[in-house]
Structure formats: C-alpha cells, structure tokens
Ligand binder design. Structure first.
Ligand SMILES: NC(=O)c1ccc[n+]([C@@H]2O[C@H](COP(=O)([O-])OP(=O)(O)OC[C@H]3O[C@@H](n4cnc5c(N)ncnc54)[C@H](OP(=O)(O)O)[C@@H]3O)[C@@H](O)[C@H]2O)c1
Length: 329
C-alpha cells in the first residue's frame, strides 16, 4: 500500500503563485478523534490567500498544505472517530490541509454529508454558510422584519448572508462593487442594491430606511467601507465584524456606540464550532435542511480541476468572482 500522496504544499510563507507546489508528501495517519479522507472536492476561501503568506490568525506549521474546507470519502479512522470507512464527510481545518489526495478530518469540525447534497455543494457550504448563520443567528439575533445590510454581498460569505437573511425574514440590502455582482445578489433574493463604487452607501441606506439606518450590518470587508457603514446603523443596531478583505482592520469610537445604543459584534466561526461541536453540528444540519427545500443554494462561480488551483487563487485575488470556486478531483 502506498504511503505517499500528492498535495499543493508550501514550504515557506509567500504569495500562492510563488510558494504553492504540487509535490509528493507522506500520507497522513489519523490520530485519536480523526479520520483520513480521500478528497473529492475543496472550495477556496479568501483566507487561503492569507494562510500561504502566514498572515492569517493561525499560522500553519511548515511545510503546510493549502485549503481549509473539503469533502471526500473516509478511508481510515483513528480511535474515537464517529465516522466509518466509506462514509462521505465534509471538513474544515483552520490550519489548512485539504488541497491534497487525502486530508485529516477532526471530529469537532467534520460532518457527514447527506445524499441530497452534492460534493460541490458540501464543499461550498460549510464555512461560508456556517459563518453567516452563526453571525446572524447567534451573534446578531436577527429578527423578522429587520433591515440587514450586507457588504461584499456577492462574495462567498456575503452571498450566504444575503440568502440566509431572507430565510430569517429580513429585508436585505446588498452592497457590492459592480453591477454584475449586484445582479447576482438580486437573483439570490436581495431586496435593495447599492453599488458602493458609484453611490454613497450612507446616503443610500438612510434613504432606503426613512433615515433609520440598518438594524444589522454584515461586514466581511472592513477598511474604508466599515468607516462609512458605522454611520448608517440604526438605533440598537448590531455591526457584525466578519473579516477584512479590504486589507485594513478598522476602529470605532466608543461614543458612537453609546449614542446609537449599538453593538459591535465579532464572529470567529471555526473556534465557535471547535468550542461547541454539538451547536456546530446542529447548524450544519439546519443548513442541509434549508438546502433540501431550496431555501439556500451555494453559487458556484467556477469549478476547476486540481491542476488549476493557482488559477482559482488568482481569480479570488482579482476580486472578479462572485460566489465560490470549487476544486474537484
Ligand atoms: N469570521 C469568520 O469566521 C470568517 C469566516 C470565513 C471568512 N471570513 C472572512 O470574510 C472575508 C470574506 O471571505 P470570502 O471567502 O467570502 O471572500 P470573497 O469571496 O473573496 O469575498 C470578499 C469580498 O470582499 C470585497 N472586497 C473588498 N475589498 C477587497 C479586496 N481588496 N480584495 C478582495 N475582495 C475585496 C469583494 O467584493 P466587492 O468587489 O463587491 O467589494 C469580495 O466579493 C475574508 O476577510 C475572510 O477572512 C471570516
């Protein structure tokens, strides 16, 4: 039996197009509470760009394998794994490792995939929809009839927030940087559209809400956009800090929070799931149920073969894509 596999590995931190190499690497052995999974599909996430550079919250020990979210078939289990050989599972790992022939699935961040969910859907759904679900439900406690403003709304987590916002009965304002991206948001249920490359987002949100502002603001972009959006939040609004795709971590004045009775709420989905696996599993199950009835459906921008991982990363970096890129075997 072979003890080696192929993997998109980086031996030093740097840009994906400089450090990612398709190399031979030992087949990983599952330890306690782990399973080894033969990879079928991996979805790309913005953090992949940061992880190869050593710029993400958690630094993958080198040499590391890229890819944080994958689906495949269990082929070996360690003690304490709930999975069986032959079972299809999806798995998330903050320290990467999925862009390889096989990856290790940890109990707390891995879930069996129901038959009605395709490989691409499973790979595209867990992190983005898990993040947006946790943010809207557990952190913002969004209520039917509230106004939800989503920034970067055509991105991976953004489109998930648009779709889930509608599921939870919110009026969704999608904000993005091009007409093409906004058309995708409209097709995915957004009630109102703002092009923040061309329009003043603060004025538009105020006009759309009779001057009240948005009850919940979902922000995966940060930077200048956060600075603007904090000026169009409603009384008792919740500003969800999801990420900093815009490249700068913003700050906020405490007096602004006091005067608006507002909350600035952070969300780190991976650690949430690791700390409370039962809650994470319940979230995944709810997402699969919503997918079954057609209430949500991940938008796949492009499916690429394993050989074109660098092209997938390039597309993500270019900011041209909407939805998700899935890498399939
Ligand atoms: N908190 C968590 O647990 C969690 C989980 C997953 C992801 N995240 C974070 O959420 C953010 C988005 O992740 P994603 O996978 O959804 O990414 P994505 O699909 O690439 O979407 C990011 C969006 O941000 C906007 N953007 C603004 N400035 C940008 C820039 N300089 N470069 C690239 N995009 C820019 C783009 O929309 P426009 O062109 O329309 O502006 C783009 O659609 C990342 O910061 C990621 O780390 C956080």
């Amino acid at each position: 039996m072979t003890t080696m596999m192929k993997a998109w590995q980086f031996e030093r931190y740097g840009r994906y197009d400089e450090v990612l190499e398709w190399v031979d690497r030992p087949l990983p052995e599952p330890g306690p509470n782990e399973a080894r999974v033969r990879t079928r599909a991996v979805s790309l996430n913005f953090p992949d760009l940061l992880i190869t550079q050593g710029l993400y919250q958690a630094r993958a020990p080198l040499p590391a394998v890229s890819g944080v979210e994958g689906v495949g078939i269990v082929e070996a289990v360690g003690p304490g794994s709930p999975f069986e050989v032959g079972q299809r599972v999806v798995s998330f790992n903050n320290l990467a490792g999925m862009l390889a022939d096989c990856f290790i699935a940890h109990n707390a961040t891995s879930w069996a995939v129901p038959d009605h969910v395709s490989d691409s859907q499973a790979a595209a759904l867990s992190t983005t929809y898990g993040t947006s679900y946790y943010a809207l439900v557990h952190r913002a406690h969004i209520q039917p009839g509230e106004t939800l403003l989503v920034a970067g709304a055509a991105g991976g987590v953004g489109l998930a927030a648009v779709q889930l916002g509608k599921v939870f009965g919110a009026r969704v304002i999608a904000a993005a940087g091009s007409a093409e991206k906004l058309a995708v948001c409209r097709d995915n249920g957004a009630d109102e559209l703002i092009n923040y490359q061309e329009e003043d987002i603060v004025e538009r949100v105020k006009a759309l809400t009779d001057g009240r502002g948005a009850d919940v603001i979902y922000d995966p972009v940060g930077a200048d956009l956060f600075d603007q959006m904090k000026r169009c939040i409603a009384w008792e609004g919740r500003m969800l800090v999801i990420g900093f795709a815009g490249g700068r971590i913003p700050t906020i004045e405490c007096n602004r929070m006091l005067l608006k009775n507002m909350a600035v709420v952070g969300l780190a989905w991976g650690p949430c799931v690791e700390r409370n696996p039962a809650q994470g599993a319940a979230c995944q199950q709810h997402l699969y149920d919503l997918l079954r009835v057609g209430a949500i459906d991940p938008v796949i921008y492009r499916t690429l073969p394993f050989a074109e991982v660098r092209e997938g990363m390039r597309l993500m970096e270019s900011r041209a894509l909407y939805g998700k890129i899935v890498i399939e075997r």
